[in-house]
Design a protein around this ligand. Sequence first.
Ligand code: ADE
Length: 418
Amino acid sequence: MDFKVRDLSLADQGELKIKWAENCMPVLLLLRDMYSESKPLSGIRVGAVLHVTKETAVLVSALKSAGAEVFLAASNPLSTQDDVAAALVKRGIHVYAWRGQTREEYYWCIRRVAESKPHVVIDDGADLHALIHDEYADLAEGIYGGTEETTTGVNRLRALESKGALKYPVIAVNDSYTKFLFDNRYGTGQSTIDGILRATNILLAGKVVVVAGYGWVGRGIAMRARGMGARRVIVTEVNPIRALEALYDGFDVMPMSKASEVGDVFITATGNIAVIRREHFEKMKNGAILANAGHFNVEIWIPDLEELAVEKKQILPSVVEYKLRDGRCLYLLAEGRLVNLASAEGHPSEVMDMSFANQFLAVKYVVENRGKLPVKVLRLPIELDEMVARLKLKAINVEIDSLTPQQQEYLQSWKHGT
Ligand code: ADE
């Protein structure tokens, strides 16, 4: 079996971690058990580029149980859990991933996945989709469809679609309600704070936290920063509606040019480039901490920081000190990469349960509907999205009401008025 991981002897530790994740992933386990006999994915090669974590292990194992052969590479050079990668190899998954890859190694691994000639492509950030469209276009004919996990990846795929260049249908798993409302908000919200605290061990009480971007991720981070006792949470935005929402949710709103003067901790969550740059670094207080929660390491513009710095020092495993000419020091976490995955363990298993139940169902949907789906960026059908919510509620013993016949009739009628 072909694979490349850091150290196979870590497999036992990885296996324990995967079992721990399984405890909190009842929906995915249910789907695994539902299809482990009928094996609807028999003969299907799945090429996946995902963060190689214990939660991803539960997903790819469920896909294998359903009959698929899975090839897996990491979606970030710093997010792989090496013990989990080793355990997955022992479980019969072709893994090409280790923590601390160079850019060349990262793409070498993704190429191994592309060259496995997948029928279904699962991606997180769209690097694999982009590579296939760019350099392996001849493979597209054999691809029934793909899925995409993140907002950033879906944006890239929509750009591809709008140019008329998309070559196979892609299910935007990110756009399922049971994904973005939970994973992006509560998952990133909690794990980003977790990553910052594990990296630095700072006290949040008394701090001014600046959150750039008030999408679902930014909302989660701002909410959790407040909950952990930050003295003040400031939101920066470019979208007037989101800015207003942030204000009415109880946060201060101002441009980064002002926030940069007062913040202690800066967290980017915009999906855009150079959100914090030279003009902001120049105004920051001594000791300011810089962390990114967006998919790529472009939100904090590191080239400017490098240019401004006269000295650079690794202070802690995830903390680099940049000393500026005037003596101020700024602290960059996790090389500006996703702090929740690079300095902590990513989203908790409970939310990945729903995200990856959507992924599992999306792969099955693509296989069952091969040749029939339009070549577009699509949503998973709402019935499947709602099914995930129902299964989750059931798994955690929460009951809800259902409409009475009278209520159903009322909602469908235009006659009931004043
Ligand atoms: N993305 C964010 N958190 C994750 C996790 N725990 N596993 C896989 N992908 C993730």
